[in-house]
Structure formats: C-alpha cells, structure tokens
Ligand binder design. Sequence first.
Ligand code: 8DG
Ligand code: MG
Length: 323
Amino acid sequence: MTSSQPLRVAVAAIANDRDEYLIARRPDHVHQGGRWEFPGGKIEPGENLETALCRELREELDIIPVSFHPLMTLDHAYPDRQVRLEVVRVHRFEGRPRGMEGQPLRWMPAGLLHTLDFPAANRPIIQALTLPDRVLITPDLRCPHTLLAGLQRTLAAGWVRLIQWRTPRLEGEILAELMAQVMPLCRAKGVRLLLNGDPERAITLGADGVHLNSHRLALLGQRPEGLDGQHLVGASVHDAVGLRQARKIGADLVLISPVAATLTHPGAPTLGWSRFEELARQAGCPAYALGGMTPAHVATAQDHGGQGIAGIRGLWLGPAEPD
Ligand SMILES: Nc1nc2c([nH]c(=O)n2[C@H]2C[C@H](O)[C@@H](COP(=O)(O)OP(=O)(O)OP(=O)(O)O)O2)c(=O)[nH]1
Ligand SMILES: [Mg+2]
C-alpha cells in the first residue's frame, strides 16, 4: 500500500427504467485498465461527494444527475492503491449519455452485471444492485408436505426472489428429497435459494449458495471452498466482531439481528435501528435487518443503510408455527 489515506472515489450506478445500468470501459493504460466500471472518478480536494459526482458525470458523460441517493461506501486495498468507493444510485438525470473521453458505454441489465469483468472492489456494488429488498427465511417445520405447500403458495405470490432455507430439524435423506423438489420450483421462478447449513451440503444439494449461522461463520478462515462467484454466501451477524469475520471470508450479504423483538428468540436484547445502521454502514456488502421485521419495514431498513429486511413472519404464506 502506498499511503494510509484511501483515495476517495465518487461512483455512480446510473439506472434507467428498465432496471439497466450504465457502464463504461476503462482505457487500457490506467489503473484497472480494460475492465468495465461505473462512471465516476476521484473526489478532488475541497469537493464533497455530490459536487464530485456532478463534475465527473459532466466530464465523462455530459449528463446532470437530478435524483440520486447513497448506496454504499466500500474500502478496498489493491496491491498498488487503497480506494474508498462512495457509491451513489442515480435514478434520474438530464441529457443523453455520451462517452466524452472516447470510452465505450453500455446499458446492462442488473442481472447480467456479474458476467462482466469489473475491478475486484466492485463485487459488493453488483450484489447490492442485484439482490432484492427482502429475504424470506423458511419456518422451522418438520413436515416436508407442509413446507412444500407453504413454498408453493409463497412463490405463487410472485415477489420473493431470495430464500434462506432453514429447516434445522430436517436432515439426511429427508432434506435431500425435499431439496430435489424445492430447487426446480425456485429455478422456474428465477428465485435463488441459500441453504442454511454446511457449505459442502449446500453445493451437493444444488442450492445457489449457503447461509452461515453465526457459529459456522466464526469457525471459518476463508470463503467456503467450491462457492465461486456465481454462488452466494450469506451470514448471520449480531455485532462488529461477526461483521469483521463476514468481511474476512468474503460474504456476499449479511443478516443483522435482532433489530426488534422477535417471536423466534423471545426476550433477547435488541439492537434497535441506530445500532443496525452503524453495523450496516460498516458491512461492506448488502445488509438486511432481521428480527421482528415485516415488509412494512423495508423503507426504514433502507433509510438506515440496509438493503432491506429478512424474516419468516410477514413473508411466508403458509403455516409458520412449529409442528
Ligand atoms: N470510476 C470508477 N472507479 C473505480 C471503480 N471501481 C474501482 O475499483 N475504481 C477505482 C479505479 C481507480 O483506481 C479509481 C477511480 O479513478 P479514475 O481513474 O476513474 O479517476 P478519474 O475519473 O478522476 O480519472 P483521472 O482524472 O485521474 O483520469 O477507483 C468503478 O466502478 N468506477
Ligand atoms: Mg473516471
């Protein structure tokens, strides 16, 4: 590392109304040259994020952003440089984007961003643009038929895009047989499923990734083997120590809990929204509020730096009480 102060960079994830993002190709000769990027550049002395954003978008694209909000702040150490990417999501702008520096531009559907070559620091940005605002956690039921019926009802409602499959009382063949039915149902709806459990088992059963409870997370020294860029790794965290561990192993999303009182852990002390916000802002990846959450809390979670909410009740459209 050449300096202890990271280089502050204003980065714009510019969206159109088809959920596509504007990307540009960095010239070959610059840092991270040849890779795709979100438009933006260095925050100059005396500038704040907003003034730097407006200047960069005028210089690079000849547009003026008119509606935007902060998405995330990311610290990343490249071998030769430490950067702090201050990422803003731009919803509306004036003008027609042109590559003012001769750089190729492209509008890319959010779901395809992960197929392109971006700088390594960009992975959490792409996750944040791709991941939904709600994670459904399955209830802890023992009856496969009840689970399957609840899943079908929930999928039919059409809004769920990410599921954490958490059935700790189902093991071995019963879980394997159930997953063989569950995965095709999810795939048909474009829903991704993370198996809460052992990472190897998640891969064997064909899940889209794994969810690590705080205990499993604490035992890992690195991202579980076999879970490549196409898979997702989620982790449950309750404090700054857990969050650091999630960053260390390269988790793609974290569930921070308990934000409010929950029936799943009655009487447990809660974090509240201000502590959630402190943790979410340090996460370096999309963070979901968990504990006492319903879809009505999505906006509150986002106002506090989160990606959205996670939970069972309020999201699962079937019986949720232990059977
Ligand atoms: N703009 C942008 N920079 C990124 C992204 N990801 C990433 O790691 N970076 C890094 C690469 C660079 O080290 C730094 C941005 O520098 P830059 O070269 O774009 O800065 P600039 O537009 O002010 O360029 P210049 O005036 O120095 O030519 O941040 C990204 O998505 N967009
Ligand atoms: Mg630039």
